[in-house]
Design a protein around this ligand. Sequence first.
Ligand code: P6P
Length: 335
Amino acid sequence: MSGQHQTLGEFIIKNQSAFQYSSGELSSLLNSIRLAAKVVNHEVNKAGLVDIIGAAGDTNIQGEDQQKLDVYANEKFIQTMTKRNIVCGIASEEEDDFIAINSQDKNNGNKYVVLIDPLDGSSNIDVNVSVGTIFSIYRRVTPVGTPVTIDDFLQKGSEQVAAGYVVYGTSTMIVYTTGAGVNGFTLNPAIGSFYLSHPKMTFPEDGHIYSVNEGNYIHFPQGIKNYIKYCQQEEGDRPYTSRYIGSLVSDFHRNMIKGGIYLYPQSSKNPKGKLRLLYECNPIAFLAEQANGKSSDGFTRTLDVQPTELHERVPFICGSKNMVEKAEEFMRNAK
Ligand code: P6P
């Protein structure tokens, strides 16, 4: 990466004045995410070499086997954010309840809460397929200096002040937004710095890739079945290409660059879908809209859903605007 590319640190400083809230704290928070991403990346990249892959022998609240890297990533992100003394609370896919930071300190002026999926797609670790970290940042809604409550976490996705992901793929990238567009930074492992490699990322309005686990086809609602058959029809620019990695961050990242749609609908097996609203769907939906894409459950805009539980699941359709609107049309017509 030659010298003319801006580093993530330079970009954060250059753009912090555009951030409507206390920019210094957000910058410091984004820097802590950058540090944790480098630490986790180091372990993910050598997962096959050391005895860190394989289940940790424990299960999380989702009842999913915790992979050792899940546990490791969770610890590292929580540690780095806690140390920076900016955050008053953290919620994680790997933690049953939210974690209050310094709540005993009445002078705790921390204003932000963070929700994370520390290692999404972790079932892919043992087979060397890319995985990701997803994060979502809000300002607290309860008075500063008081202990954080569940209300600080159960905010609509439209209230997010920042969101992003780390994708540990053929290269490691951080992609994030603070509400002024989406920018992607690639890690130069030789130097240990992230460089602005994908400025102003934007979804093509149309695409030719659909990403869904077709193994669940018979369990899908009729509208989704009809949309999948539409994608497979010989007509116009169809059939589309089916690409499904089984890692939301990787499927989303590819679709944002090339144009495409990702679907994890409700089904008779997963009546509310599989993906979690607060730390998977909302941050990805924020990024999608900031990149001129769209995201819904087939009827309601993802960012408008009022959360009621920390680990609640929602049906999720996200990607190129015209493709999501076509899928929504099939959902409406099948009602
Ligand atoms: P399935 C990973 O567990 C995840 O949350 C997403 O990253 C991924 O897109 C989806 O679930 C895969 O789920 O049921 O198709 O294996």
